[in-house]
Ligand binder design. Structure first.
Ligand code: FEO
Length: 189
């Protein structure tokens, strides 16, 4: 044990706490539930020949797995073991694309508040490493909500089914890009 030499006069504890580890573990499971939710939306859209919407949600399912992986890697870097829980049921049928995006927006707003809750804990703990990791998720949530809101507004603004078909085709163009914190090479990086 190093003697306190006076360079840390406030004697700040900077280690991740066990409560923080447990909360991140919960978040990992929540990200996997999100992944499962979006896979279900993708499959529902696919069954209704909405190929673009199905593609959009399929990429969302991949991205949510990235989110879980980013937290898993962070836990590992902090010497914490991740424990997976059973994944709760998700809905499997939506009445319309608008209902899907309405649910997506509501869900992403909930995730935003979960991430904010984690950040509050990290700030209270003076846990700068976790704050730094969470900052990426804070920014990501801004994007997640914006995307869902934009698409919802696009679908709401047009009543013409032909135009909906066009929007579906636009959504077919979305491509998966691995989340930046995971780097570019190797699945375990
Ligand atoms: Fe992992 Fe869509 O938030």
């Amino acid at each position: 044990m190093l003697k306190n030499t006076g360079t840390n006069p406030l004697n700040i504890t900077v280690m991740i706490t066990s409560d923080m580890k447990a909360a991140i573990n919960e978040q990992i499971n929540a990200e996997l539930w999100s992944a499962y939710l979006y896979l279900s939306m993708s499959l529902d859209a696919e069954s209704k020949a909405l190929k673009g919407v199905a593609n959009w949600f399929y990429i969302q399912w991949l991205e949510e797995q990235d989110h879980a992986r980013i937290f898993q890697k962070y836990m590992n870097s902090q010497g914490a073991k991740v424990v997976l829980f059973p994944i709760e049921n998700v809905p499997n049928e939506w009445k319309s694309v608008m209902e899907m995006f309405n649910d997506t927006l509501k869900h992403e707003m909930e995730v935003t508040s979960m991430i904010a809750g984690l950040m509050n804990m990290a700030v209270a703990d003076n846990d700068y490493a976790t704050q730094n990791r969470l900052q990426w998720f804070i920014d990501e949530q801004v994007e997640e909500e914006e995307q869902a809101r934009d698409i919802l507004e696009n679908f709401q603004s047009v009543r013409d089914p032909l135009h909906h078909h066009q929007l579906d085709r636009e959504m077919a163009k979305r491509r998966y890009v691995r989340s930046a914190p995971l780097g570019l090479d190797g699945l375990t990086d």
